[in-house]
Design a protein around this ligand. Structure first.
Ligand SMILES: [Zn+2]
Length: 491
């Protein structure tokens, strides 16, 4: 039978590639998509049956990465940041982002109820994201605690955040105090306890449809304050001094406090961006101590790849928790190989050089990395350390999707899943450059970092979005109400 081009059975087909399936392995096969969904995986799909055909010979076909730790709009207007930074996501093979939002300083610089502010945030992003997207919300005030059930059940916010180190925040002598920064009535362990009770209740009510959780930035303000005094007395500065001012043991102390409260309240938690051997050990110990408590452990690309000597100084590489040394990098990789760390993220925050001035204490923390998710994990994990390809896909796609209520529509290659794919040339070599990342950020601490394994194509919902360094799709990514199964009415 002859099939005319306009009668194509498939919108898109990827042929001749090696599929990388999380929890399964690699296999040869072709994939076809129609109406945004994967509809066929077969030994061979006839290219004549598809409107768009991508030949992936010699390449790896991964599920699109799910980057569950980005900060859209933290330092720049939300709409512009959504456009430019999800563009950068496509470079890294990322097709879904879950972004943090909170009231207080930065972002929209205001406080109030999420009943008013959340619709404003969603309006600002709608029609401006190149990836599909969701939000984690940080409950900053006691009035917002009462909004948790509504946020999960009505608004599709399946995960929340708490910042341990905002309590008693006074990070530099001239800096803002905690109340002015958080714009909160009370932001301490008492608030966290009530907050965990609310998230735990939402988990019991809605958790059958997908995981509901609280993510925690584990650093300890009181220890940081006294360590900064010590480092200042030495007149030390720079990234190595910054790391000593926020030493690994204070991450571990914050983990000890947070996990005890999580156990008391039976609140599922994610310990974010663990940066050190000590923090990882604290997370593993908490799992042993609190049998039955759901604790997921996260680290970032930069904590797996950069040291305070290689991250181009405070003006580029300042971030919280700080970038550490080579020993901590290797300890984190061992945690990945053992399976203790189960998601790797970018912690992407577009932070221009302009606001990273003023020295070690005054420079703003954070930088981008979403455009490097597959490149760094294929280079540093697969090529350099022999991490199996399916583990790469698990760490940056399947497990984040599971942790945040998106699996299996996101996070795998299967019939019925969204047709989100990252095609990676495992042999394409070239250093990271600012230009290559397609972010609005004018520097990167990864500048010059050698990569072997760049994405050549990124496909989202069956549409080709990114091809050989250029964006070819539109910013029509969808807002994902999580857990997906709850809001789509199927279990
Ligand atoms: Zn972050």
């Amino acid at each position: 039978m002859e099939v005319a081009a306009d009668m194509a059975r498939f919108d898109l087909a990827v042929v001749n590639g090696t599929l990388v399936i999380p929890f399964v392995g690699t296999l040869s096969g072709d994939v076809a998509a129609r109406d945004g969904t994967i509809v066929q995986i077969a030994d061979a799909i006839d290219p004549a049956d598809a409107e768009v055909v991508i030949d992936a010979r010699g390449k790896l076909v991964f599920p699109g990465a799910v980057d569950p730790h980005v900060h859209i709009g933290i330092y720049r207007p939300v709409t512009a940041d959504a456009e430019s930074e999800t563009t950068s996501s496509l470079v890294g093979g990322v097709t879904t982002v879950v972004s943090y939002f909170r009231t207080g300083s930065h972002y929209l610089n205001k406080t109030g109820l999420y009943h008013e502010i959340l619709p404003e945030v969603l309006d600002a992003v709608r029609g401006h994201a190149y990836t599909d997207y969701g939000f984690h919300i940080a409950v900053m005030t006691s009035a917002q605690v009462d909004e948790v059930d509504w946020m999960v059940g009505e608004m599709g916010i399946g995960s929340f955040k708490y910042y341990m180190f905002y309590k008693g925040l006074n990070l530099a002598a001239s800096s803002t105090d905690a109340a002015a920064y958080t714009m909160s009535d009370v932001y301490d362990l008492g608030h966290l306890y009530r907050y965990m009770q609310a998230v735990s209740a939402a988990s019991r009510k809605y958790g059958q449809a997908g995981r509901i959780s609280l993510s925690i930035h584990c650093e300890h303000a009181e220890i940081i304050r006294t360590m900064i005094d010590e480092i200042n007395a030495e007149r030390a500065s720079g990234l190595e001094a910054y790391s000593r001012a926020r030493p690994p043991f204070q991450e571990r102390l914050a983990i000890a406090e947070a996990t005890l409260l999580a156990d008391q309240t039976a609140c599922p938690i994610n310990l974010l961006h663990l940066s050190s051997a000590e923090a990882l050990a604290g997370g593993i110990k908490a799992r042993r101590d609190y049998d039955g408590l759901d604790i997921q452990l996260e680290t970032t690309l930069h904590h797996l790849a950069l040291t305070y000597d290689t991250a181009h100084g405070i003006e580029s590489g300042k971030v919280n928790p700080p970038i550490r040394g080579q020993d901590d990098i290797e300890a984190l990789w061992r945690g990945i190989f053992r399976g203790d760390l189960n998601q790797v993220v970018s912690d992407h925050a577009c932070c221009q050089t302009e606001i990273k001035q003023g020295g070690t204490w005054e420079a703003q923390p954070g930088f981008g990395g979403t455009g490097l998710l597959y490149p760094v994990m294929v280079s540093e994990g697969y090529h350099k350390r022999g991490l199996p390809l399916q583990r790469v896909a698990e760490l940056i796609s399947a497990q984040p999707a599971r942790n945040f209520g998106l699996y299996p529509r996101k996070g795998t290659i299967a019939v019925g899943a969204d047709a989100d794919l990252a095609i990676v040339d495992p042999n394409e070599e070239g250093p990271v450059t600012v230009d290559r990342c397609l972010s609005a950020q004018d520097h990167t601490p990864f500048d010059g970092f050698p990569i072997k394994g760049w994405p050549t194509h990124t496909i989202r919902g069956g549409q080709l979005m990114f091809e050989h360094g250029k964006v070819v799709g539109k910013p029509d990514g969808r807002f994902l109400k999580r857990p997906l199964a709850l809001h789509e009415g199927r279990g």
